[in-house]
Design a protein around this ligand. Structure first.
Ligand code: BES
Ligand code: ZN
Ligand code: ZN
Length: 461
């Protein structure tokens, strides 16, 4: 059981009462006079975000009242774990098990702390998980998001390619998956020249991490994650402010590991493959250069316009490998472009796919689990922006426009049309804290994708 939860054991619990803002007056009228008076004299506003702590006559905490817009919103109770005093709470809701499940999810996600370097001895409030909800499923989802956040929050010095591989190995060990790695110069022998070129200037050897799990007869699902453990920009070096957050450039890798954990813990009937090209984009005498031409795994040659457009280079080799098998679906996650953030901001991940059906189903699943994503176009006429005079393509357009689209079009060149594929361009980081979503590393679009996958692949109940 996660630390933020408690089991039902007859202990005294403080009820949390979520009240629909629209129905507050009716609810208020049904309350005892002293409670009504306290809500008024303490200045409680149902429209506000802050809860009201109701006292008992002896001064103990009696209940917590909170205004919510919708009981299905997992974020409705997400701020409580950081604002309530220590104690054991339970949600008092007339609603369905689904509402209670969402409340538990928001509570769990809001209880996250990154503790590796700063020991926190404050005691956190706990929520009782009632018997009417599927506590394993809730905790699997929370565990996946915690893993993503921990991996992203860990500084680059402690989260280099070998550490990512170690995390993948631990995950494989926990769920009986196979882990294979191609490390350093072996990448050249195996045809992963682009991964090698991007990662060779680092003292931490580049690698391709390959995790496999599942039963032979099940459909193949391949996840690919950008694992740039630190993105200095390479010789096209970033500015100090542009580099400051680049420990998070392995956010795509973190997402696919978190998603893999959720898939394996839930025993989704798929043959799962996770491919993570893991590198540090560093500066050294042997770094790859602007103007160099790389031969990718697929055979397409790529002229380097900008060494800071490195994510698409490592991904193109991994995607070519993913597409060499008959996968039912390939999903990639990558902190690929600043341009996607210019277009959509930091809190809305963009996704690209040629499949209308997949796009519609993903959007629907995302709305259902309140994990927003937004489709962007694979606008084919912009492929011309990737033309090179001396190679099959350049890695980055010389135009400053449509940067997220041209990056996605670059990736598309490595996945055959016959293959169902979706690419997520994510921030993987909360610049500000919101209920259930503390500042720092964040899973974005992960629950949406999982909701879609479990609908598509889980056997009908
Ligand atoms: N890792 C960055 C993209 C990024 C930056 C994502 C900030 C989220 C926040 C990526 O490798 C990169 O540097 N992209 C360049 C591409 C450009 C050189 C074509 C970018 O977006 O500026
Ligand atoms: Zn870069
Ligand atoms: Zn990058």
């Amino acid at each position: 059981m996660l630390e933020c939860f408690a089991v039902e054991s007859g202990q005294r619990t403080v009820p949390i009462i979520p009240v629909l803002r629209d129905a507050f007056d009716t609810w208020l009228a049904s309350q005892p006079a002293a409670r009504r008076q306290w809500l008024s004299s303490s200045g409680f506003k149902i429209t506000g975000e802050a809860p009201c702590l109701l006292p008992r006559p002896d001064g103990e905490l009696d209940a917590v009242v909170l205004g919510v817009d919708c009981e299905r919103d997992p974020w409705a109770l997400g701020a409580l774990p950081v604002s309530l005093p220590p104690g054991v709470y339970r949600v008092q809701a007339a609603g369905s098990a689904e509402h209670l499940t969402n409340a538990a999810l928001g509570w769990g996600l809001g209880s996250y702390r990154f503790r590796r370097y700063k020991k926190l001895d404050e005691e956190l409030p706990k929520l009782v998980l009632g018997n009417d909800i599927d506590s394993t499923s809730v905790q699997n989802q929370i565990g996946a998001v915690y893993l993503v956040r921990d991996l992203i929050n860990t500084p680059a010095a402690d989260m280099m390619p070998e550490h990512l591989a170690e995390s993948a190995a631990n995950l494989a060990g926990s769920f009986g998956a196979q882990l294979h790695q191609i490390v350093g110069d072996e990448l050249l022998n195996e045809g992963y020249r682009a991964i090698h070129a991007v990662g060779r200037a680092s003292t931490h050897a580049p690698r391709l991490i390959d995790l496999n799990w599942g039963r032979p007869g099940d459909p193949k699902l391949t996840l690919v994650g950008k694992g740039v453990c630190f993105d200095s920009g390479g010789l096209d070096i970033k500015s100090a402010s542009g580099m400051r957050l680049m420990k998070k450039d392995m956010g795509g890798a973190a997402h696919v590991l978190g998603l893999a954990r959720l898939i394996m813990a839930s025993k989704l009937p798929v043959r799962l493959r996770v491919l993570i090209p893991a590198v540090e984009n560093a500066v050294a005498g042997n770094a790859f250069r602007p103007g160099d031409v790389l031969t990718s795994r697929k055979g397409l040659t790529v002229e380097i316009d900008n060494t800071d457009a490195e994510g698409r280079l490592i991904l193109c080799d991994a995607l070519a490998e993913a597409a060499s098998e008959n996968s039912a679906l390939i999903v990639d996650f990558a902190t690929l472009t600043g341009a996607a953030r210019i277009a959509l901001g930091t809190e809305l991940p963009g996704f690209f796919t040629a499949s209308e059906n997949l796009a519609a189903a993903l959007a629907k699943a995302a709305a259902r689990v309140r994990d927003p994503i937004w489709r962007l176009p694979l606008f084919a006429p912009y492929r011309a922006l990737l033309d090179s005079d001396i190679a099959d393509m350049v890695n980055s357009s010389s135009e400053p426009y449509a940067g997220a689209i041209t990056a996605a079009l670059f990736l598309q060149a490595f996945v055959p049309d016959s293959c169902e594929w979706v690419h997520f361009d994510i921030m993987a980081w909360n610049n500000r804290a919101r209920p259930g979503r503390p500042k720092g590393g964040e899973a974005m679009g992960l629950r949406a994708v999982y909701a879609y996958l479990s609908e598509r692949f889980a056997p009908a109940a």
